[in-house]
Ligand binder design. Structure first.
Ligand code: DGL
Length: 268
């Protein structure tokens, strides 16, 4: 299998946190980005609908664009749809799941906070990860779509409402024995790393899966194909923005991650 073109996929801008890690250790790859803002937020969608939506969108996209490897840079999507996707597409698919295992190795006080979307928090897959890798720790959970939206706003150039962020984390901030390690189990949350750490007076370990995903991509990349890369990086969205201002602000953020264009992807 010759991997030439990597597609990063998410419901919104969260996949950019994974993209940054992927590009860091695979600097010469060709990559593109697709985000499904038409069905955002994924963390609120019904399980079967989500599986069908992601499968049909990615099957249609890969029919129209050359893609050799897909990174599902979304925990809500990966914990639901990886199996279905792999049975429909023959190219390698790398998924992202909450970094429970490294967090369990890192915690000193044995209290871990799992911060993810409501969907990821409630998935059987997530519970299995906890049972398998963090059985001896206390794993507290918060499922939040507000945080996902705050990250979206940040990349649209808006200021992050710190009070709103603190309100979401308050149940943990009030504890006598606070978590010393947080799993950022949604790819949007590393985009708020600084703000989240500040809520804990910067005395917290924040763990995400970006680096592990990047290393997996590295293993699957064909060196010779990388040498032939042309370095045109295109991003696509599935629903028009409410204003030109919003489009321009997002385009700017995508530019900071190396994308040369941000265009509408039509499924028809
Ligand atoms: N970035 C996503 C995740 O990792 C999805 C956020 C959402 O659309 O709810 O779960």
């Amino acid at each position: 299998m010759t991997v030439k073109q990597v597609l990063i996929f998410d419901s919104g801008v969260g996949g950019l946190s994974v993209c940054a890690q992927v590009v860091k250790i695979n600097p010469n790859i060709n990559y593109s980005y697709l985000f499904d803002n038409a069905c955002f937020p994924y963390g609120e969608l019904e399980h079967n609908f989500l599986i069908q939506r992601i499968t049909s969108l990615l099957v249609s996209f890969t029919e129209k664009h050359p893609v050799d490897l897909i990174v599902i840079a979304c925990n809500s999507a990966s914990t639901a749809a990886l199996q279905a996707l792999r049975s429909r597409l023959s190219i390698p698919i790398v998924g992202v799941v909450p970094a429970v295992k490294p967090a369990a190795a890192m915690t000193e006080n044995g209290v871990i906070g799992l911060l993810a979307t409501p969907a990821t928090i409630n998935r059987a897959y997530t519970q299995e990860l906890i049972t398998q890798f963090a059985d001896s720790a206390q794993v507290l959970k918060i499922g939040s779509t507000e945080l996902v939206k705050l990250a979206e706003q940040k990349l649209q150039g808006l200021t992050v409402d710190k009070q709103q962020l603190q309100d979401v984390l308050q149940p943990w901030l009030d504890l006598k024995e606070k978590p010393d390690t947080l799993v950022l189990g949604c790819t949007h949350f590393p985009l708020l790393k600084k703000e989240i750490a500040a809520c804990f007076d910067n005395k917290i370990n924040l763990v995400d899966s970006g680096k592990a995903i990047a290393q997996r991509v590295y293993q699957l990349i064909d060196e010779q194909a990388v040498l032939e890369a042309v370095n045109i990086h295109q991003a696509y969205y599935t629903k028009a923005f409410s204003s030109q201002k919003q489009h321009l602000a997002l385009q700017n953020s995508f530019k900071n991650y190396g994308f040369t264009a941000l265009e509408f992807y039509s499924e028809c």
